[in-house]
Design a protein around this ligand. Sequence first.
Ligand SMILES: C[S@@+](CC[C@H](N)C(=O)[O-])C[C@H]1O[C@@H](n2cnc3c(N)ncnc32)[C@H](O)[C@@H]1O
Length: 173
Amino acid sequence: MSINSAVMSSKRMDWETPDDLFAELHEEFGFTRDVFARADNAKCVRFFSPADDGLAKEWGSGEVCWMNPPYGREISKWMEKAHQEAFEFGNCVVCLVPSRTDTRWWHEYAMKGAIRFLRGRLRFKGAPDKAPFPSAVIVFEGRAGMSHSGATTRKRAGNRGNKTSRRTSSPQG
Ligand SMILES: C[S@@+](CC[C@H](N)C(=O)[O-])C[C@H]1O[C@@H](n2cnc3c(N)ncnc32)[C@H](O)[C@@H]1O
């Protein structure tokens, strides 16, 4: 199997977020919960594991959630859940997903959020090479950011133009 096909393989769906990307986004958003993780790759102290089943859990109220879901056909379910948690329950959810702009889940869910297309290709943590697919960060703000703590909102407002926004571009400009 070539390196690219190893990264593409549907058998491996738990590619870990690169540290620098997570650090930039965490600085901006101040995540309170990683909703899809294991103890060895969790990005927040509070996280849901496969045993908890992040899909079945309520994610809380006023949480700022990080979501790098398992990739593969089931991504539609994870995106539907993220969208619901934001639009029905007011949590902010920031999702790292493959930029699959022709899919149903992209049109039904991703396009309801603020889309940040990542420039270039990510090298996921522990991956031998860069991914053969483009990635995007989707931000579901929750209730217009009002579900966040004041501290988080201030932190984010003060961080406009930071490193994350330089490495991304948004169709909204
Ligand atoms: C793409 S990895 C992301 C890991 C880490 N959160 C990160 O950002 O690098 C997805 C993780 O979700 C976990 N996972 C799979 N199904 C899950 C479920 N139903 N609930 C919670 N976590 C799950 C996998 O074990 C895997 O560690």
